[in-house]
Design a protein. Structure first.
Lengths: 342, 342, 342, 342
């Protein structure tokens, strides 16, 4: 049984952490903070948690986070980097669901996120929390940079191809589609139902913060810089990311077997049968990533379809998976969830 | 550990049973039948179940259902009534998620369902599976008539008022709204996304099959016939029923306290704080019914808001709850699910 | 050809006015104001208007509204009441799409809208712009209080019954469902796609600002106070209101004929054949109200189904209809639109 | 004034033709056929047309189509090819909204559509009805093959690049997303709201019938075979196609200017300002195609975003545009429609 705290619990990654941790047999949820909603019952804001979470939001200044074994930051970018040092020095392990520790290149981070990094020294120590790449490092990590949602779906789809060195690394394309919850629980006009409903659009074509994160991850796998075009789109659904990935094959390979071998021991990556078209709803509410690999018309273009629930494998679920690994619980503890279909 | 079979597993109540039973610690799912899809892997039709359900659909003639302890019928109306007798005689307990055994009045049933009843003698024995009313009878039942979705939401909202005798029984109104999954997994034009999306309509105003079921249930509680106007509506969402119920108060009563007392021992009925407006998503994927009671503007009209997930408390979840009661498992075994929000 | 101005053009009623006026053959759209977005091209904010509206938003202080023949206020409540007097004194006719002039009882208005009325003397002069009731007064009106969306759908459904005196005026029920655009183009969390999508809820059961407006209108028709319970709901679609209305019949009447006679000369009220269930999408984008009247199971409860597009007949379309009447254009000028289905 | 008939009017392209033709000042709609629904009033099936279309569906055998000046086929594939010859010989001009005359290579057509072509001689005569390419030929055509929805969006996006010869023709990628109405008004499970709602998936990755149509069109423009990977996706909205197109630049060019020049005289192609992200709703219900062109991060990959309403520019609207050109009406007659936003 470990003592867990959550900083910033009123967004979608926060409530999703609560959904998962509420039934975790090894977790004692001690505290959840909110600056704006301190004093409010958690289940008043999120009635789905009635009877399951008996806590009030606590002001950050009154949250005794150093008594926790682990603290999740489900905060906007720029918060965790101010508080992680003190916690880690106090022996608390930290998982940041925001982007503060994701980019090893501080200058790049500061350019994309538009602020000065408050804690560059911890960046070097932080482990990028993609278990399918960094499982061993995660076990002993004091600080986890939990991956972004797009980066998770895109990297898991490209990794087998890059590791095997079978595609041209200079011309990768990731055409990704996200549900609206990816924009967070923020009062902004473009995310209104009447704006985002019954419509589809690309955004951030000129540049999106997840681009350098994906590039860094893929370069790590490939051992070299990669050329990547990344186009995110907003699709009128609540949860889910569908990444459609394109690469140019440079030599013959049994693609189906390549993917199946790569992920045969990963509990949360499901390589579907050849010819499959994974739907985002097939992972709704669960920590699964489902992948299918195609080579249409026998051309030299490989097409990978990769779906996740952006709030689970793309955020809170992956964070819990990381926690499970860090504390030597089974990977799927509290994550043994059947996707909600329909 | 009990042996369980499902007849007719390719509809929404079937796949929902699978979702719930897949993680039930006391259930060994033996067999699932489908006439049309015999030989198909279950997880090929429903990829959400990959890794969780390792079965093929079996032709009904080849399903050795008599070896089960319990069989669920997730079939269209008119199937269970043909097969229940043989199973019960063989010592198998039966839960019918369709309507075959819901109406005690055979003539009424035959009128509303447009067929001759194949097994009227079993109707008298069948227990209407609303645990909040019939918990004791369910324990020893051989045959459960699992309630309809609308009837569950409507009855749970009216029961405290009728039991207490505080409203006029002759002028009840139930204005109910259902998500599209209530129409089942059937290839019909009105249920297409392009037809039912971004639109709202009433249907069946002249008469709906759930009307006599609700009337029978409420009459049983009230001890007398009730006058009920029931108007169902189709709303552009997948899951959920919201029943808005109207009654005329005939004497003063503390409504909030009345409801809280009535359901204080029921694990799956949540009376929300005074002034609440339950959302259907607050029960998405879970077996909860959430209820709020209002008396707007201090008039003599009481307004009850009652929400359920039509596929869970309105179908498969209630069926599992009934099974749990029948076999003396804890009510919430395999039903301890946090609603999926957002 | 008349000169028209719009105050506050960045909300949904504003852009809807622009959609309708852009093709109006008698309207010269002179100016559209926005405090926050002055200097922005209208078609930059609303690309649907590219090639159709060649204007910039103008700061209110620089908009020469007194040169217009007519000014629409598509502003939040409380703005028109501050500016209408000066415009009317300058000979400009005014249509307020907000609520400032809807309630004749100033005290009631101030209670429901939470502010002091800036211009009570004009309230008495204002004509409530429901053409089906006030066509003659609208013709010569200087100031129109354009009705609310719910009040339009509810009143049009009850009017024939109340005028004919065939229902109990003390026990009316209006169970109304609205699409999300009814909440306006405002950055608020409950209207986010991820909050309002795939869910259904009631709101404002204790009291909604449209309640006194509906009561006032129905009392005017009935010649007496009415008892009304009004429960609005939020439904996951963009446009559309569906009002389900309940009344107790006090004497026999041919309901179908009553409705058909009442509206036989109204171009924008369509009484559907007996037994119909109007869908909101059957009026999507158009100024039609479609109504069906039922008497389920031969009981004494009459059920009226009334649907409108909340942004058209419930707002901008009705405003244009009022303008057409005021300036002696045909009612359907620029409103001869085929609903968008599917 | 021309006499017009529609064969097969009960699908989405049929009702969309009716929406557009109902207000066309030069069209006298004479007859609309339906085998299954002969005798039914059109406005009973589509209440949105009440008061606008006063016709019954007529059995094909009783429809005197030879008296028409023009006949639209809004039928499934394989019907028009059986009837076009007789009509054309009788002097009736024909626009086929299905695929019967789209592919010049008969063998390819028969492979992709799985039937023997009934009228190969007419294929050679048929004009592919993309006005932006074939305006002159359309003027005098007797038979128009109206383009598919995906092919319209994809070709309009690639044409300027291919005509200018600035991209590698061997590595084109079209990642396209369609609303559900693209599947037609057919009773099929995958198109149900409860299946297609709140989910996203690719389909037909191995091969889609629109692939050879797009390749043929692009080859015609490029003067050479092109290498194209085409991946269609289903997105949970009713109308709209968003094509995201990728090409590798082979020489420097002012992309924005290239596109603006190419389409400066086309009334239904709108090249948006540099940096734009067109939304499908910005063309909802209208015949516009909106395009934006990007070159992200200054790389050699050009990204084109192209949106249309699949039922308008992707089907019925383009058919009406073709008719307007054929009969020398202004292109935008009856197509001067403001998109419905929100």
């Amino acid at each position: 049984m470990i003592k867990v705290g959550i900083v910033g619990g009123t967004g979608y990654t926060g409530v999703e952490l609560l959904r998962l941790l509420a039934l975790h047999p090894q977790v004692n949820l001690q505290v959840i903070t909110s600056r704006a909603d301190a004093g409010t019952r958690v289940d008043q804001m999120f009635p789905s948690l009635r009877g399951l979470v008996d806590l009030l939001f606590v002001h950050p200044d009154e949250a005794f986070l150093t008594q926790c074994d682990l603290v999740f930051f489900a905060t906007p970018n720029g918060i965790a980097m101010q508080q992680a040092r003190a916690l880690i020095d106090a022996g608390v392990r930290v998982i940041d669901l925001a982007a503060d520790f994701r980019l090893q290149d501080i200058a790049s981070w500061e350019k994309w996120y538009g602020m000065t990094h408050a804690c560059p020294d911890l960046v070097a120590e932080a482990v990028y929390g993609l278990p399918e790449i960094n499982r061993e490092k995660i076990k002993s990590a004091r600080l986890i940079a939990n991956p972004g949602c797009y980066p998770t779906a895109v990297q898991l789809g490209f990794i087998p191809l890059l590791e095997a060195g079978v595609i041209d690394m200079g011309s990768l394309i990731a055409d990704a589609k996200s549900g609206v919850s990816g924009a967070g629980r923020k009062a902004e006009i473009p995310a209104l139902f009447a704006e985002a409903g019954d419509s589809f659009k690309a955004y951030g074509v000129a540049g999106h913060r997840h681009l350098p994160e994906i590039r860094q991850g893929l370069a790590g796998v490939a051992g070299n810089e990669v050329g990547l075009t990344f186009v995110p789109h907003l699709t009128p659904m609540i949860r889910g990311i569908h990444a459609t990935l394109y690469g140019r094959l440079t030599r013959e390979v049994d693609l189906q077997s390549l993917f199946e071998q790569r992920y045969r021991n990963e509990p949360f990556v499901d390589v579907m049968p050849a010819g499959s078209h994974p739907e985002t709803r097939s992972v709704r509410g669960s920590n699964q990533c489902r992948i299918a690999v195609h080579r249409p018309q026998g051309s030299d273009t490989v097409v990978v379809l990769s779906v996740i629930d952006n709030l689970v494998k793309g955020a809170a679920g992956q964070a819990v998976q990381n926690m499970n690994i860090m504390f030597d619980f089974a990977d799927n503890t509290a994550l043994n969830i059947v996707p909600l279909l329909p």
